[in-house]
Ligand binder design. Structure first.
Ligand code: A2P
Length: 339
């Protein structure tokens, strides 16, 4: 019998944590024991896994005894504090937060793009899962980059509220209902109304005028593609969509890549699906991506304003490939090759 693993999910009651449970089930990850960790507020509640009710425990310094793999999705501060605790107890951490992503000793991995990096988990016992918007963008970029190196990327995002957690999903739902009924709304998660609106701010502003989210896309893309020379500029926008991030991506490559060639490269790349038939109105959309693990590319066309440019529209379920699925894929490689 092949080996089974003791797995902890930190933030199991959250939007991503819960999806991690579903992905572990669907992909039949060899789980021997599952430990569900969240805040004291959730202690003693139950979550279902493979038809069994499992009790949620409060996260603490003694949470990781006997754990082989710890999947973290409870925010950066907790990852900063508890990944080293888990690693010291012998667990390998796959961290969904931004806490460790730019640490030079920590690998930042999208399995279809840079799986070999995972071996560097040994440095700190941590593998970082990239930002959701970065994950779906680097898949088509890598397909192009391997054919002709990417020089510059200009991206605008249209990001779903589920990226801000379950409370944000509730906020959009409640605001939509109140607005349709002409009633006043409350803004708790976002600084402004999200129902029937677009917010050109995701995370805090930095001194350079960009937001943290935008700079994550700049820095993480370079780290994952292993090329600090790639120039990236991003505008990240929150839109009133529940699940599925969309991105308008303009790419400049060193040599010419025709739209026909780009379609061919994307079609051959793992986890990418081309949905691009303008005549029939076929293109990727967030509602169609929800619940799926693929990243969809469409509206593929040559940029007529530069010599070697392409325009793409890239869509993926931010909670699945953008977070839970990517994390479980990393865990699978760790389990198969290294643990
Ligand atoms: P809880 O449900 O007990 O608050 P989301 O991203 O959907 O907002 O989820 C955040 C996750 O992080 C939840 O599982 C949440 O648990 C967990 N979490 C938040 N604060 C803490 C904490 N102090 N200790 C442990 N888990 C926490």
């Amino acid at each position: 019998m092949s080996r089974e693993f003791s797995v902890a999910v930190v933030g199991a009651t959250g939007a991503v944590g819960n999806e991690i449970l579903r992905v572990l089930e669907e992909r039949q990850f060899p789980v021997k024991e599952l430990r569900l960790l969240a805040s004291e507020r959730s202690e003693g509640t139950f979550l279902e896994f493979r038809g069994e009710e499992i009790v949620v425990e409060a996260l603490g310094n003694d949470s990781f005894g006997g754990i082989d793999l710890a999947l973290f999705s409870a925010g950066g501060e907790l990852s900063q504090e508890y990944c080293p605790v888990a690693a010291a107890a012998g667990a390998v951490c796959v961290d969904n937060s931004s806490a460790w992503r730019m640490d030079p000793e920590v690998p930042l991995v999208v399995p279809e793009v840079n799986p070999g990096e995972i071996a560097r988990f040994r440095n700190k016992g941590i593998v970082a899962n990239p930002n959701c918007s970065t994950i779906q963008m680097v898949l088509p970029l890598k397909a192009l980059h391997d054919f002709s190196p990417v020089k510059r990327v200009v991206v605008s995002t249209y990001q779903a509220v589920s990226g801000s957690g379950q409370k944000a999903v509730d906020e959009l739902r409640i605001q939509s209902g109140e607005l349709l009924n002409g009633r006043p709304i409350e803004c708790k998660v976002y600084p402004h109304q999200i129902g029937f609106n677009c917010l050109p701010q995701i995370d805090a502003f930095l001194d350079n005028g960009y937001t943290k989210e935008e700079m994550k896309m700049v820095n993480e893309t370079r780290k994952i593609l292993g090329d600090d020379g790639i120039r990236v500029t991003a505008t990240a926008v929150r839109v009133p969509v529940f699940y599925g991030h969309s991105e308008s991506v303009n790419v400049e490559t060193t040599g010419k890549i025709t739209a026909v060639k780009a379609r061919e490269l994307f079609a051959a790349f793992p986890s990418l699906e081309v949905l691009d038939d303008a005549a029939k109105g076929v293109y990727p959309m967030p509602v169609a991506s929800a619940g799926e693990d693929l990243t969809y590319v469409g509206r593929i066309r040559e940029d007529e304003s530069v010599d070697n440019g392409l325009n793409l529209w890239v869509v993926a379920d931010n909670v699945r490939k953008g977070a839970a699925t990517n994390a479980v894929q990393i865990a699978e490689i760790l389990a198969e090759k290294y643990l």
